[in-house]
Design a protein around this ligand. Structure first.
Ligand code: FAD
Length: 435
């Protein structure tokens, strides 16, 4: 019986396993060095915040795997020998495969800062990171201040987590405004204000110079590059993004870039070896999409597509319209299609930005300056319907149509009844093109 081995029990690996099982009797093994069972990484924050127990982040009961004849193996794969079709574990054990799926995810970035490997310096990615957070920041007696370095989605989650235990937080962000590589200026500024309103010591345009140690090798302070200021703290969280967790593959012969290079079928350069999820890097980018997309639903879609290929129904990975969502403290964020921040905004992309006077809700619509084709929308504090934007973007509607039908896309039509006139007026009053 063909043996399919999957390294990684995250969303992409388990989705592939489940769909292969649905369609075949192949022998399936999932390997992970992190946890015995699949859990939802996106829910880690809610465990720390006391909204759920860790067990509740596991979407499947523990018996599920045996019942579905999916073998689970806890161990770290150190080496892939593709000629022998064999994996070598860190304890020397070997496992052979017929087809290998690399679903090895990401690891938090570290940029060689002095002190980055001290105790009480960590990222937030794994279950082990959550345990470490409990150790170093159980409350504000043990952790009198935490410093978070890097203003992205995980950084802001950590801010919210630590504040939920009343731990004072300094948030060090290299950029001049929060996440401005992704968010247009109005939105980014609104979130700066929102962060400050939550009594966070937000330091924009500030880089980490070094982390200072106490006599036991534990972080005691950080130094800010620009000012030389020393900020005493008991925890340093490094959250300047993630990158594919592929260092164990460097001598494997598998083609690597920043991630594991794959074609549209998620195949690597080596026959019978595939890569999916955060670690996969598209050789040929798909539309405007980045070659590596470290998001939950794309991992799931890759797992589904690859399962078809493994089950003799070769299928291309076609992710469709880009969307994503996140939360910035109390403000929910959704994005559909393409709305560029300052960096990399194409010359043809115009924006219409509307902000509610309470500074917690706003919309940015992106459209083509000349054709007025609707390109995408960002919404903050207003929940929109995915299916509606998906259709409008697929149908290539123009921005005027979208403005006139926004009520249909809103989960809370009452909101739009109240603000529709203002939004429309503001849209028709804007200069013909704003960029
Ligand atoms: C705190 C946090 C919040 C997030 N929130 C969101 C969100 O709101 N929305 C969203 O879309 N995305 C979010 N993400 C990103 C999302 O969780 C990831 O895109 C997704 O989990 C990646 O899944 P994956 O299957 O590719 O890899 P992973 O979930 O990383 O799984 C890979 C597994 O492989 C294991 N592994 C790696 N190498 C080896 C080896 N050599 N041997 C054995 N095992 C190995 C790893 O230990 C890991 O368990 C969040 C991520 C984090 C960390």
């Amino acid at each position: 019986m063909e043996h399919i081995v999957i390294i990684g029990n995250g969303i992409s690996g388990v989705t592939a396993a489940r769909h292969i099982r649905k369609q075949s009797n192949k022998k399936i093994t999932i390997i992970s060095a992190e946890t015995d069972y699949f859990f939802s990484r996106t829910a880690l924050m809610y465990v720390y915040m006391g909204h759920m127990k860790f067990e509740h982040t596991q979407p499947y009961e523990n018996w599920f795997w045996k019942k579905n004849r999916i073998d689970l193996k806890n161990g770290f794969v150190q080496n892939v020998d593709h000629q022998a079709k064999e994996l070598v574990f860190s304890d020397g054990e070997k496992m052979s495969y017929d087809k290998l799926i690399l679903a090895v995810g990401s690891k938090p970035n570290k940029f060689g800062w002095p002190g980055q490997d001290l105790d009480a310096v960590q990222g937030l990615y794994s279950k082990q990171d959550l345990d470490s957070l409990e150790l170093y920041a159980p409350n504000n007696k043990v952790c009198k201040r935490a410093v978070i370095v890097g203003g992205g989605l995980i950084g802001i989650e950590l801010v919210e987590m630590l504040r939920s235990r009343d731990i004072p937080v300094t948030f060090l962000i290299r950029e001049g405004s929060f996440w401005d590589v992704v968010l247009p200026e109005g939105e980014s500024e609104m979130i700066n204000k929102h962060i400050k309103d939550h009594h966070i010591d937000l330091r924009l345009g500030s880089n980490l110079k070094e982390i200072l140690s106490d006599e036991n090798g534990k972080a005691r302070a950080i130094v800010v590059e620009e000012t030389g200021e020393e900020i005493p703290c008991n925890l340093v969280c490094l959250t300047p993004g993630v990158s594919p967790n592929i260092s164990f593959l460097k001598d494997s012969g598998i083609d690597l870039g920043r991630g594991i290079k794959v074609n549209r079928y998620l195949e690597t350069n080596i026959k019978d070896i595939y890569a999916i999820g955060d670690c996969a890097e598209q050789i040929e980018p798909i539309g405007n999409r980045r070659p590596i997309e470290a998001v939950w639903y794309t991992g799931r879609m890759m797992g589904e597509a690859l399962a078809q290929t493994i089950c003799e129904n070769r299928m291309e990975y076609k992710p469709g319209i880009w969307f994503n969502s996140a939360k910035f403290l109390d403000i929910e964020y959704q994005t559909y299609g393409w709305v560029h921040g300052m960096a990399g905004r194409p010359e043809y992309e115009a924006h219409f930005h509307w902000k509610h006077q309470d500074d917690t809700k706003c919309i940015t619509l992106a459209y083509h300056k000349e054709t007025r084709k609707f390109l995408g929308i960002n919404t903050f504090g207003i929940r929109m319907r995915h299916d509606v934007f998906n259709s409008w973007l697929t149908e290539k509607q123009d921005v005027d149509y979208v403005i006139n039908h926004l009520t249909e896309a809103n989960f809370d039509p009452e909101f739009f009844k109240k603000y529709e006139t203002e939004i429309r007026r503001s849209f028709s009053n804007q200069p013909l093109t704003i960029s």
